[in-house]
Design a binder for this molecule. Structure first.
Ligand code: UDP
Ligand code: MG
Length: 348
């Protein structure tokens, strides 16, 4: 046999380089695309992603997650996936929403980097190599900025401007365009994050909480050619509500008692001070305090204080369950650098 006489380490090395060159396990990039009723756009999308990535000599997989489409998108994806070695179709049982579809895509992605984009061709697949190149500069997340966005001005652009400003203020991550789906992530970053609700637009903020290096890059944006947008004005309110969640996660995730406990303490102390004052009036000076609003305030402050304090304690318990049940440490390690003892010994 050809390998007789070869050392076992040499064999494993050559097998390694063989699997590397075939990229059987980890492509350089996984492109993740949520699909909800985008039948007309899909053929061109798959085609242009394949063209761009092949032209740039990137090994890739395309993961299309069908989010319960009713227009035959799922059937088309199924058909294409059978003939197209790079395409993986993940079909969800029903419509769960864009965030869930993306989370499913992340779960199946095996690439070293992950790029997400919309399936309606509003994002331009030709930008994928550009965001990847930016990622290579040493970032963990590159977020697209649709500087020249092609959507309705009043119902989309204006609410989005306000939302972007608000998100920037509250989360502390200053990006121009959180809503842009075209983003590139280092895969380890995505593995660390759990998505709920409509939190996909807060991924940069969540990533920032995890200590990621984030930047943005101007990308192209086209008007929708086929089908209709799945969102209206209602989204703005949901975004604002999600914003509270993210704000809370950012601020208090590891120390709820510091926040609730402090507020509770302030409230209890002021309630007690008022109570002492009123008791003095009643017992010391013999005044009638039964009909004084101050008495009500004192009682409310005391009760609120106790409640806030209990919230803090409950928060501490929940936070411990959150971290410990999922094996999530309260820190994230970027890199560990250590001398390779074996190499040093050999050199000696
Ligand atoms: N999408 C999805 N599930 C949904 C709604 C949307 O997977 O419930 C996908 C949709 O197919 C598209 C992307 O999410 O690829 C963004 O949706 P859309 O283009 O309607 O949003 P817009 O660009 O108008 O903000
Ligand atoms: Mg769109």
């Amino acid at each position: 046999m050809w390998c007789i006489g070869m050392k076992s380490s040499a064999i494993s090395q050559s097998l390694q380089s063989l699997s590397d060159s075939l990229d059987l396990t980890r492509p350089e990039v996984s492109v993740v695309v949520p699909v909800y009723n985008e039948l007309e756009s899909l053929p061109q999308l798959i085609e242009s992603i394949a063209q761009t990535l092949t032209a740039n000599q990137l090994s890739y997989e395309l993961i299309c997650v069908d989010d319960g489409s009713t227009d035959g998108s799922a059937q088309l994806l199924k058909q294409q996936a059978i003939n197209h070695p790079h395409l993986r179709a993940v079909l969800l049982r029903r419509n769960y929403g864009q965030t869930a579809a993306m989370a499913a895509g992340f779960k199946y992605a095996r690439g070293q980097a992950i790029v997400t984009l919309d399936s309606d061709l509003q994002n331009d697949p030709a930008d994928i190599p550009l965001v990847l190149a930016k990622l290579e500069e040493g970032y963990d997340l590159v977020s697209g900025w649709r500087k020249n966005r092609q959507d309705a001005a009043l119902t989309r652009l204006l609410p989005s401007k306000v939302a972007n400003w608000l998100i920037g203020q509250i989360t502390g991550v200053k990006l121009h365009d959180y809503g842009c789906s075209l983003k590139a992530y280092r895969s380890e970053l995505v593995a660390d994050m759990n998505l709920y609700g409509e939190l996909h637009r807060f991924l940069p903020a969540l990533a920032f909480i995890e200590g990621a290096r984030i930047t943005e890059l101007v990308v192209r944006h086209h008007a929708r050619l086929h089908g209709r947008s799945k969102y209206g004005l209602g989204r703005t309110f949901r975004v604002v509500l999600d914003l509270f969640t993210v704000f809370f996660m950012k601020k208090f995730l590891t120390r709820p008692m510091h926040v609730f406990g402090l507020l509770g303490m302030i409230s209890m102390l002021s309630g007690t001070a008022l109570g002492v004052y009123l008791t003095f009036l009643k017992l010391g000076l013999g005044e009638d305090i039964g009909d004084r609003p101050l008495l009500i305030l004192a009682v409310v402050l005391l009760l609120t204080g106790v409640q806030l304090f209990s919230f803090g304690l409950l928060g501490e318990l929940l936070m411990r369950t959150y971290h410990e049940s999922q094996g999530r440490p309260i820190y994230r390690v970027r890199e560990v650098i250590e001398a390779n003892v074996k190499n040093i010994k050999q050199e000696e």
